[in-house]
Design a binder for this molecule. Structure first.
Ligand code: PMP
Length: 454
């Protein structure tokens, strides 16, 4: 594409630094400017229509252009456009949403705390955990264990939890006191002849060894996504969560479920924690909470966390934390309406049903010469591309095959996401069978196109 002088594309290049974008390449190619969204489709300013098979950034659960959310925002803006929740102040939307989230939680939770992004929720989690240990008189109990390829955000602390080199390398991260244990990706990490269960046992043993090496009474919490998303859609091997939880219980370590992607139906149940029998002490929620119509995130904490925080000692003072927009009334009102839509339209059951179709459909690609593994659960999946199936390797430059495939698929009208050499799929929960068929067919056609160029 050639960028015309003074066009909107040229202005984007001139003034806008993008996230996760190669800036020099962007100067050359310019942006694709998305202009409109409706249902599972988005349209760019050149009039090309795409199936948004990533629901934006894994988030637009109810689909694009939902008028009810526009109206909910407008009503709340007219009623009370803003108020905060510091120093005993509150407002209806925050109270209603807190009550609803606590009631929806798959395990007994005590309180909801509001933030504005997944990163802020996980950052706040670290602060709550530290505050709690100090309040309990356990100042040494501060370390947090995360996982290689986990994704928990990009603030300094949440990027430290994230277990991806690109989020650490150039930022002098991770911060002190944050450690990463084995990524539970059986296809990639499992050894020859090792069963899924044996691999899960090894993951739990690796966690135990890390805890022993660091000192069990210095570890405050473990964080994990029920299904890893941005690290490549890694579905845990059979028995994984049961074994990990046994280790954490033994050492009195809090369990944090990062439900930012899995929450609100993605895995075919309301929460990923239900799909994998996870009993978290803290859950972090965002994305589908408001279908990203407005930024909002939340933490749910149980009494093990809340009570010591509430019992704050005079030495440590009140919980000195909070954002101007924590529990923003317009965002909270939109989240309430969004949750109404998810419930009224049965979108969780629908995610389970459509999820089965999507998983089965994508698995038909396993016979393709470029497909190494298809993995996923519910409406989240990845197709791992290889050029050598037996060696499980792709092109010499890691990620090059995935990037090519992504570009061809996008040209053919499907927006997925390349993660290394995998293509990720995470469509809106309102997706229909015809769209899924089109995603699968177009992926096969695009992979054929790619194969012909190699
Ligand atoms: N946790 C998970 C599991 C995520 O997928 C993401 C974002 N992709 C985050 C946290 C960070 O959320 P945000 O981008 O809203 O800060």
């Amino acid at each position: 594409m050639t960028v015309q002088p003074n066009s909107i594309e040229a202005r984007d290049i001139a003034y806008h630094l993008h996230s996760y974008t190669n800036a020099r390449q962007h100067e050359a190619t310019g942006p694709i400017i998305i202009d409109k969204g409706e249902g599972v489709f988005v349209t760019d300013t050149d009039g090309n229509r795409y199936i948004e098979a990533m629901a934006g950034l894994w988030s637009v659960a109810v689909g694009f252009g939902e008028k009810r959310l526009v109206d909910a925002a407008s009503r709340q803006m007219a009623q009370l456009n803003y108020y905060h929740t510091f120093s005993h102040k509150s407002h209806g939307p925050a109270i209603e949403l807190a009550e609803r989230l606590v009631a929806m939680a798959p395990v007994p939770m005590s309180k909801a705390y509001f933030t504005n992004s997944g990163s802020e929720a996980n950052d706040t989690m670290i602060k709550l955990v530290r505050y709690r240990s100090n309040a309990l008189g356990l100042p040494q109990k501060k370390k947090i264990i995360s996982r290689i390829r986990g994704y928990h955000g990009v603030t300094l602390a949440s990027a430290s939890l994230t277990g991806l080199p690109n989020n650490h390398r150039a930022f002098d991260l991770p911060m002190e006191g944050i450690f990463h244990t084995t990524c539970p990706h059986y296809w990639r990490e499992g050894r020859d002849g090792e069963s899924e269960e044996a691999f899960a046992t090894r993951c739990a043993e690796d966690l135990e060894a890390l805890i022993q090496a660091e000192g069990p009474d210095t570890i405050a919490a473990f964080i994990g996504e029920p299904v890893m998303g941005a690290g490549g859609v890694v579905v845990p091997p059979a028995t994984y969560w049961e074994k990990i939880q046994a280790v954490l219980k033994r050492h009195d370590i809090l369990l944090v479920a990062d439900e930012v992607i899995c929450g609100f139906g993605r895995t075919g149940q309301m929460f990923g924690s239900q799909t994998y029998n996870i009993e978290p002490d803290i859950m972090t929620l965002s994305k589908a909470l408001s279908s990203s119509y407005l930024p909002i995130s939340a933490l749910l904490i149980n009494d093990r966390v809340y009570q010591p925080v509430a019992d704050q000692s005079s030495e440590i003072g009140t919980f000195g934390h909070g954002y101007t927009a924590s529990g923003h009334p317009v965002a909270a009102a939109v989240a309430m309406e969004n949750l109404d839509i998810i419930e009224e339209r049965g979108l969780v059951a629908r995610a389970a049903e459509m999820g089965e179709l999507m998983q089965a459909g994508l698995r038909t690609l396993e016979d393709h010469p470029l497909v190494g593994e298809v993995r996923g659960v519910g409406l989240i999946a990845a197709v791992e591309l290889v050029t050598d199936k037996a060696a499980k390797t792709a092109l010499e430059k890691p990620g090059a095959l995935g990037a090519h495939a992504f570009a061809i698929l996008q040209k053919n009208g499907i927006i997925s996401r390349p993660i290394g050499d995998a293509l990720a799929y995470c469509p809106p929960l309102i997706i229909e069978k015809a769209h899924i068929d089109l995603i699968v067919e177009t992926t096969r056609k695009s992979l054929d196109e790619l194969h012909a160029t190699l």
